[in-house]
Design a protein around this ligand. Sequence first.
Ligand SMILES: [Zn+2]
Length: 382
Amino acid sequence: MTPGAATQRNLLRVFRAIDGAGEITQSDLVDASGLATGAVSALLGRLIDTGLVEAESLRPGGRGRPQRLLRLADARTAVAAAQINGTSIVIHARSLNGAEVARATVAVDDRAIASVSATIRDGLASLLGGDPGERLLSTVVAFPGIEDSGSLRSMEMRWEAEPVDTLRGDLAHALRTEVQVENDGQLATLAEWTAQTAPKVDNVAVVLIEAGIGGGIVAGGHLLQQPPSWPGLGHAPVVRDGVRCPCGNRGCLETVASLAAIAAGAGAPSWSPPAEGTAGVVEKIVVRAADGDPDLLRGLDRAAVGLGALADTAAALIGTERIILTGTGARLTPWLTPEVVSGRASAVTRGTYGADAVIEGALLRAHTLGLSAAIARAASAD
Ligand SMILES: [Zn+2]
């Protein structure tokens, strides 16, 4: 191992110990890191010099050397996430230690990728003030589509083959951070899988219910990477000879369980998102379902049967133990669990984050990237 790699590994130990503790005295940090006192002092010197860690002198309570209290510097350790859809962009910045920094939602007037990139850049500048690159360690952008050989495709954004670097490269240059662009369903899956309540399982499918259906699969504790050819969970066939889907097939999950399908099935095409926003659509569905509207309840039953079919197929195919519903439509879980219609036990449950699943997943990813960026920055400082 080169000296550089050893330094990076030890920096990571010290940094993680501070990150995990919130605040920690230098002597407790020596214990927590398992490193020698002198080594911890030297590593702390790098972290403080690069502005990543703050040290506060504590008044000595008795004999002995004065103590220092250490914490991550909020001002220099922010990570950012942006969630794009056809109508709005959510921008959220958090400190590496989890403290809230800023959050905003801005409208999308122009879906062109260069315009979306500029909106994220300007949004971060306005939220973080001045030069956001001074504060940011990493940025993750969640989008409703797939990356294929350096091009982004998204039906919702009307991107057919946009160069990813219009987003990733331009933002990385403007923000001077690493920028990652990733499918929104994958990030929602990461968030919900990580946040599972006990007993946690390592084989889950996460169904993101919005205007359409997205999601992802964790098998054996690994988030499966989606190949560009993957049609997505929304296009799992769940109804034989069902309704024609925009993808060309019939009976896809999206044709029965998306918010657009549930709303349209209740004879209310005017509810179709995004005219009202998905949260407004869900609110109307909840009110009418609680009133016992028969058309709407039949639509919700069709969605529940479709989710049950997905659960059965995924269990048989790859041993999926739990289907987690998330996104704005997760509020409908009481009507969407298959036992409601079939009377048999199922493993369809409501996730933790609902409408915030994608942005939480993006922040989780940004945290991992930010930690690596912080260590690299401190290791290269002299
Ligand atoms: Zn389809």
